[in-house]
Design a protein around this ligand. Structure first.
Ligand code: PEP
Ligand code: MG
Length: 538
């Protein structure tokens, strides 16, 4: 038994096997290939290996869960022999001279879309299977090892660090916890872990040793530690703690359907932050009043190429429709800095947090911006939808945005495409926006304060840099005064003001935010009910 210490970013307990995640295992991008016949052979070999894996899984599942549930794995084996699928991948490799990983990704996606668009429920259900078999082949092609763990068993992922796109591309149903050697509590990976409500540690003093792969471990992020190879007594104790954590969660669920109101009658909206449509069930589960921040860039990060208007429309509509009339605030593309999508071809910058990112990309690439706005406006016809813009610093930006929005609306009208009435808001996440909030408030319908970036830019502390944590004070008075000023200027001009950065979920500040008059707090789904509890106690 061995113990490692880390910093908890999501508290909880997870018991399971370790999966060492190494960066070089994921080489899924597009590469050009000279010898296409060799690549085709590599693809065929990967399919053979995938079928062998599936045969083993089938045999194990037959024992564990019986024929009825195991049969899916034999269906998967058959799908890997489907001539249309195989031919589509091979043609793509030969015609476009691309690597197998890319060809399988694109073909899997195309077939999955085809199936999901079919009337027949049986074929619709095959859409997920196509993605599943494609992912298996991709993992084999990319050399992502699964030995020691049957891939269907959820695991504790241990990595040096994870980028948002790596995190978003992982199959969440197979993850019990995240443990990273680096990373800060405010990084986007920590935010994603919070959205998934998976116990997580960053800054952990564990090495990525081969021998740890597949070993039993406990992540006890309540006590900032990972226990490797726990002995029986420790395991027993941790199982009890897991049970009591689950009971606590069950108690919180009694607050569903209750109001967010203090004992003296002050109400506040509590919304949820999400990264993509897959997070929707968690939002419904936690009874959030709406979605206060839909980080739409994750639609881009989960994609190998620019997502089309149609793809985006489907993603946004799923969320807007799924919220059944409750408000959904979609934040436009906030890419750049730590959130990189290779196909944007963004220049390497000395100082990316202050570089070409977020609204700056959208205002420089209006084609990309308009495609996204069209998708958002089209989705707005299916519920209540607002849009907000990140990283604003100047008045002219919002005026230019409004012009582009008007162009998009005029196009949609001319094409007879319906859209709803959409509130336009901005994120207040730069000191410039705070200082200009009086004037900016006259141009928009709401403010949402992004405390993650606002803290980074106010304190001049890189949110990604864990070595600055001694200097980092999440409750720094400068940041709190910025929030207060923004709320005052918003209210003076008759607009509502929310907070959607991580600070919104900090229970030590709930009272302060209520006193400041903040109208809405938007937090990771797992924090909605604890926050409701906090508000009701005040
Ligand atoms: C923020 O900066 O506080 C915010 C909510 O946006 P993001 O964390 O996605 O940068
Ligand atoms: Mg931000």
């Amino acid at each position: 038994m061995k113990e490692f210490s880390g910093k908890s970013v999501v508290a909880g307990v997870a018991i399971g096997r370790i999966h060492i995640f190494r960066k070089q295992e994921y080489v899924l991008g597009k590469r050009s290939i000279e010898d296409t016949e060799r690549e085709v052979t590599r693809f065929r070999d990967a399919c053979e290996e995938a079928k062998q894996q599936l045969a083993q899984i089938y045999a194990a599942a037959l024992k564990d869960v019986g024929e009825e549930h195991a049969s899916i794995f034999s269906v998967h084996q058959m799908m890997l022999e489907d001539p249309d699928y195989l031919e589509a991948v091979e043609t793509l490799i030969r015609r476009e001279k691309v690597n197998g990983e890319y060809a399988v990704t694109m073909t899997g996606k195309r077939f999955a879309e085809l199936f999901s668009g079919m009337e027949d429920a049986y074929f619709q259900a095959r859409s997920a299977d196509i993605l599943d078999i494609s992912n298996r082949v991709i993992r084999i092609l990319a050399g992502i090892r699964e030995s020691g763990i049957r891939s269907e068993d959820p695991v504790i992922v241990v990595a040096d660090d994870l980028t948002p796109s790596e995190t978003v591309q992982m199959d969440k149903s197979r993850i019990l916890a995240f443990v990273t050697r680096y990373g800060s509590g405010n990084s986007h990976t920590a935010i994603l872990a919070r959205t998934m409500n998976l116990p997580s540690l960053v800054n952990t003093n564990i090495e990525l040793l081969e021998e740890y792969h597949g070993k039993m471990a406990v992540v006890d992020s309540f006590h900032n530690r990972l226990i490797l190879d726990p002995d029986d007594a420790t395991l027993e104790e941790q199982r009890k703690s897991l049970e009591s954590w689950r009971r606590e969660l069950a108690l919180l669920s009694e607050l569903k359907g209750r109001e967010n109101v203090t004992r003296d009658g002050r109400r506040i909206d509590i919304y949820a932050n999400i990264g993509n449509a897959a997070d929707l069930p968690r939002v419904l589960e936690c009874d959030a009043g709406g979605i206060g921040l839909y980080r739409s860039e994750f639609v881009y990060l989960g994609s190998q190429d620019y997502p089309t208007e149609e793809e985006q429309f489907v993603a946004y509509k799923t969320v807007v429709e799924g919220m059944k009339g409750k408000k959904v605030i979609i934040r436009t593309l906030d890419i750049g800095a730590d959130k990189q999508a290779h196909y944007f071809g963004l220049p390497k910058e000395e100082n990316p947090a202050m570089g070409l990112r977020a609204i700056r990309i959208c205002l420089s690439r209006t084609d990309v911006f308009k495609t996204q706005l069209r998708a958002i406006f089209r989705a707005s016809a299916f519920g209540t939808c607002s849009v907000m813009f990140p990283m604003i610093i100047s008045l002219w930006e919002i005026r230019r945005i409004r012009e582009i929005v008007e162009e998009v609306k005029a196009e949609l009208r001319a094409e007879d495409i319906p859209f709803g009435s959409v509130e336009l808001g901005i994120m207040i996440e730069t000191p410039a926006a705070v200082m200009m909030s009086d004037e900016l408030a006259k141009e928009v319908d709401f403010f949402s304060i992004g405390t993650n970036d606002l803290t980074q830019y106010t304190l001049a502390i890189d949110r990604q840099n864990e070595s600055l944590e001694v200097f980092y004070d999440a409750h720094h008075p400068a940041v709190l005064r910025m929030i207060q000023k923004t709320v005052e200027n918003g209210h003076k001009n008759g607009i509502w003001v929310g907070i959607c950065g991580e600070l919104a979920g900090d229970p030590e500040l709930t009272e302060t935010f209520l006193a400041m008059g903040v109208d809405e707090l938007s937090v990771s789904p797992a924090y909605v009910l604890p926050l409701r509890k906090r508000v009701r106690e005040l």
